[in-house]
Design a protein around this ligand. Sequence first.
Ligand code: SF4
Length: 215
Amino acid sequence: MTTIPNKLLELKIHQQELSNCSRCENMIQPVITGNTVDASIMTVGQAPGIHEGRIGKPFGWTAGKTLFKWFASIGVEEDEFRQQVYMAAVCRCFPGKNPKGSGDRVPDKQEIATCKSWIEEEYKILQPKLIIPIGKLAISQYLPHKKLSDVVGQQFVIDTPLLQADCIPLPHPSGLSTWFNMEPGKTLLQDALGLIDSHKAWSLIKDQQQDKQAQ
Ligand code: SF4
């Protein structure tokens, strides 16, 4: 009989509880979680989009295609990424469409605060070594900044009672954003991917992928 390591069991129970969450009345379920993986890298997105509920995984639609192209450019394909990296978000439910314009509604302060306890529990269980916040809202949970160019392309250290990890922010890969296709965003994105590629936690994932491919 295969036994599940304690950490994974704890994470599985956590994700089951999270899946039943309905604390925010304006959020649209289902709750979207990443795979149950004992990961040392955690990505943090903003919130799922309209298609992720049907697909049942974070970054499962067009923005995800761009995001996984970025990660493939530094050596890790989508399947391996999803098996090795824990994919979290500031809010885990679809906020609905932006009533005043294009794109999705940005979660409000109350929703962000309400959902925070879930990710805090994940820090405790996984104790990640590298956090990759994706997009302005996710980045601002860790690094106060005015513009993306203040922080993308740099590595930071987070040292709080709950979380001690390196932090390398990425822009949001949404098709609505042009930031990463124009300078200085284009160069800063490459700088950020270079930093992730040089991180020890990323090297371990690449090694595991190579071992699997060699088998
Ligand atoms: S956004 Fe977070 S706190 Fe709000 S209902 Fe969804 S899982 Fe629960």
